[in-house]
Design a protein around this ligand. Structure first.
Ligand code: EPU
Length: 346
């Protein structure tokens, strides 16, 4: 039986709340308490409730980048505030976006307003508030480049704080928010988007796709269209089959190990990374280890893209997690590389 939400003015509270519709891997788990917050000004009051304050708090956006392994004995806070506003600072126009806005809606709005930069990041599921957590990236662009500041409730200090880019400490699929889980609740992100920017076309597949489209003159719209086509072809749609995008990060290894692996496996894609390290294609490793398109019951790896863990129907959190462990062990045994999950595992 589901409990009805109670409207507390600014947020809705539901006890013993079902989460199946709130995570794109469609894990059927429950939360002790769910708070859906429309007015983030009410967040401090909510967090001060004894039932909330004395337990754990977990923040949820659209649940598109998490694996819930079981029922959650905590208050799940879903940030659902809305709004996009532009304002002037010195000679720049900045865009402040509420954390609860959908990322893809914001990307399309920005392109429609004539801003450049986010075209490679179109069609990524999730909310704007989630975008800095794992520094979302695709097709050679990371969101960090365009973030000016992040507004968050700091649970350590008990106040709203404004974090600049340095404080966010962004790196590949990582940030201060991810490294200190639970510390901050993001309520808004301010973007500094250029009107003009060199297009990022170098990622494999983009130019080819634009040629196929017959795009004579490349604009951000053409790049966005090419990315939509590429993503729709390669990545399973979470509306059709439960998934959380890439389930593993592309592993970063030392130069020696990368050279040895490239020599032994000439097909393995290797990209240079910071500080003389190298990034390997986890998708290639998983496919070569034989896991692409395989499954145990309803938990499996996508047959479209080897990096995507999928729920074919009723897989539970533990079943999905144990399949992921099997993939990690298989890749480790074959290549000596340890894959790390990319989404939050709860
Ligand atoms: N590959 C395979 N088999 C596969 C899939 C990929 O061998 O089944 C190899 C191919 O050689 C391919 C290469 O891996 O050329 C790269 O594949 P892809 O372009 O799909 O990129 P990726 O490195 O697997 C990353 C991101 C994706 C992002 C794409 C495009 C991570 C963890 N993943 O995947 O992000 O969309 O690049 O930029 O960095 C996500 O984070 O959820 C996500 C989907």
């Amino acid at each position: 039986m589901n409990n009805d939400p109670i409207d507390m003015g600014g947020f809705l509270l539901t006890s013993d709340a079902p989460l199946a519709g709130r995570n794109t891997l469609r894990v059927d788990a429950r939360a002790r308490l769910l708070a859906e917050v429309n007015d983030v000004g009410k967040l401090p009051g909510l967090l001060a409730y004894p039932a909330v304050r004395d337990g754990k708090v977990l923040v949820l956006g659209e649940g598109s980048n998490m694996l819930i392994r079981g029922d959650i004995d905590a208050t799940v806070v879903a940030i659902a505030n809305r709004g996009v506003e532009t304002f002037q600072r010195d000679d720049r126009v900045l865009i402040r976006v509420a954390a609860g806005e959908r990322w893809d809606d914001f990307v399309r709005w920005s392109l429609g307003q004539g801003y450049a930069g986010l075209e490679n990041l179109i069609l990524i599921p999730g909310t704007v508030g989630a975008s800095p957590i794992q520094n979302i990236g695709a097709y050679g662009v990371e969101v960090a480049e365009f973030i000016d500041t992040v507004e968050a409730w700091d649970t350590h200090k008990g106040e709203f704080v404004l974090l600049d880019k340095a404080a966010c400490a962004f790196s590949y699929r990582d940030s201060a928010f991810k490294r200190q889980p639970g510390r901050w609740i993001v309520v808004a992100v301010t973007f500094d988007l250029p009107r003009e920017r060199p297009l990022s076309l170098d990622y494999a597949g983009i130019r080819e796709e634009m040629e196929k489209m017959g795009a004579q003159r490349a604009t951000p719209y053409h790049v966005a269209e090419a990315v939509v086509r590429l993503r729709s072809r390669k990545l399973p749609d979470p509306a059709v089959i439960g998934n959380a995008g890439s389930f593993f990060k592309n592993p970063i290894v030392g130069a020696h190990q990368a050279d040895a692996l490239a020599l032994a496996h000439p097909g393995l894609p290797v990209w240079p990374h910071a500080g003389g390290t190298a990034k390997l294609s986890a998708g290639w490793l998983i496919e070569a280890a034989g896991f692409k398109g395989t499954r145990d019951g309803d938990a499996g790896m996508s047959n479209r893209h080897a990096l995507v863990l999928v729920n074919h129907g009723k897989a539970s959190g533990p079943q999905l997690w144990s399949f992921a462990q099997k993939v990690i062990a298989g890749v480790e045994a074959m290549f000596g590389v340890t894959l790390e999950p990319e989404p939050l595992v709860i």
